[in-house]
Design a binder for this molecule. Structure first.
Ligand code: PLP
Length: 391
């Protein structure tokens, strides 16, 4: 069947293909350690699970408002007030089935042939995929190791054209673990003053995972651009809830109703019990967030130290998220070849940097959202693999 051309342009996320391949190899009896997929290895905290079970028992089985239940929208606004000291109305919060859905909605809203959309490269692969789907021109903003894997305001501003309508930021970042410092964000906001026609999608899904005192700066903090900032956040990473499919976004007044209508057309509402779990997550004790972040921090140190001891590998210390992005160019391997060979022959799943954009060549992404034991075993396997195989 012929479909519209947009479906020939849509991409995907190779992390899911790697997950499937790792599963298939494991089903054949191979012992595979998965440092490929980006999801916490923790179970969702028990009080959150209980809230969902209770909601089901209490009869919350029907549709909810398309925008999400009011208690959850109030909880999201309160969380933003508590963490970011920014007051927003629950009327601007849209509850969505996963963080991804906000980027889907925002890119659909601005992307069209003749439009430029800036996005980080290397970056989450769905940004580019969705931009191409809409027919807009994807304009990569290089994210450079020598810049601490931070977003460069100067470079982004220099890439803006009269056709630019949306710029996508992600800090803390996937796949690099980079955290963009306040000065850089301020420079971007200042530059955007001259371009009121450009909206900003700020993907802050890893906002509570920063290390070594790195500061998470939210784009919502800047009143001068608040009428055009779309905030992407959700429960997946913060509360170990990837499979629940719970995200939320904050939209400017002028865009909120468009996003709401998209929700009505596409998914009606998020699973009701999941939304009550979200209320428990945001309103309940936050120690679980701190505990998981402390565990990631611990593993981060191990990953970086162990990777840096391997021949040909140089790994900068990531300041956020739960990914290390070691530079593997001195091994002589092309990044995707190395990731594929590590999976097939070495028993370790990682993701080749080019799966996150052309600027990812020379790197692989190693998720440290895995147990310390698995991380240690995996890096020993990588070491053995590099010792025995050449490109
Ligand atoms: N944004 C970034 C940068 C991510 O890394 C991810 C997931 O890996 C998402 C958004 C999507 O999160 P969700 O699983 O809630 O859709």
């Amino acid at each position: 069947m012929r479909t519209i051309a947009a479906f020939d342009r849509i991409g995907e996320e190779n992390a899911f293909a790697v997950l499937a391949r790792a599963g298939a190899l494991a089903a054949e009896g191979r012992d595979i350690i998965n440092l490929g997929i980006g999801q916490p290895d923790f179970e969702t905290p028990a009080h959150i699970v209980e809230a969902a079970v209770k909601a089901l028992r209490d009869g919350y089985h029907g549709y909810t408002p398309a925008t999400g239940i009011l208690p959850l929208r109030v909880a999201v606004a309160a969380d933003i007030q508590r963490r970011l000291s920014v007051e927003i109305s629950p009327e601007r919060v849209l509850v969505v089935p996963g963080g991804k859905v906000t980027m889907f909605a925002a890119i659909l809203m601005f992307g069209a042939p003749g439009v430029d959309i800036l996005y980080p490269d290397p970056g989450f692969p769905i940004y580019r995929s969705m931009i191409e789907f809409t027919g807009a021109r994807p304009v990569p903003v290089p994210i450079r190791e020598e810049n601490g894997f931070a977003f460069s305001a100067e470079e982004a501003l220099s890439l803006m054209t009269p056709a630019t309508r949306l710029v996508i930021l992600n800090s803390p970042a996937n796949p690099t673990g980079g955290v963009t410092p306040r000065a850089e964000i301020e420079a971007l906001v200042a530059g955007l003053a001259a371009r009121p026609d450009i909206a900003v999608l700020s993907d802050e899904i890893y906002g509570q995972l920063t290390y070594d005192g790195a500061e998470h700066v939210s784009l919502l903090e800047f009143p001068e651009i608040r009428d055009r900032v779309i905030l992407l956040d959700g429960a997946s990473k913060t509360y170990a809830m990837t499979g629940w499919r719970l995200g939320w976004s904050v939209w400017p007044d002028g865009l909120y109703d468009k996003a709401r209508k998209l929700a009505v057309n596409a998914w009606s509402c998020v699973n009701a019990a999941t939304q009550w779990a979200g209320v428990a997550a945001l309103n309940g004790p936050q120690d679980c967030v701190a505990e998981m972040a402390a565990a990631f921090d611990n593993r981060r140190r191990i990953v970086v130290d162990r990777l840096n001891a391997l021949p040909g590998i140089a790994c900068a210390k990531p300041k956020g998220a739960f990914y290390a992005f070691p530079n593997i160019s001195a091994t002589g391997w092309a990044a995707k070849d190395l990731a594929a060979a590590l999976l097939e022959k070495g028993g370790v799943a990682t993701i080749g940097g080019p799966d996150f954009g052309v600027c990812g060549e020379g790197y692989i992404r190693v998720s440290y959202a895995a147990s310390r034991k698995d991380i240690e075993r995996a890096i020993t396997r990588i070491d053995n693999f590099l010792g025995r195989n050449s490109p």
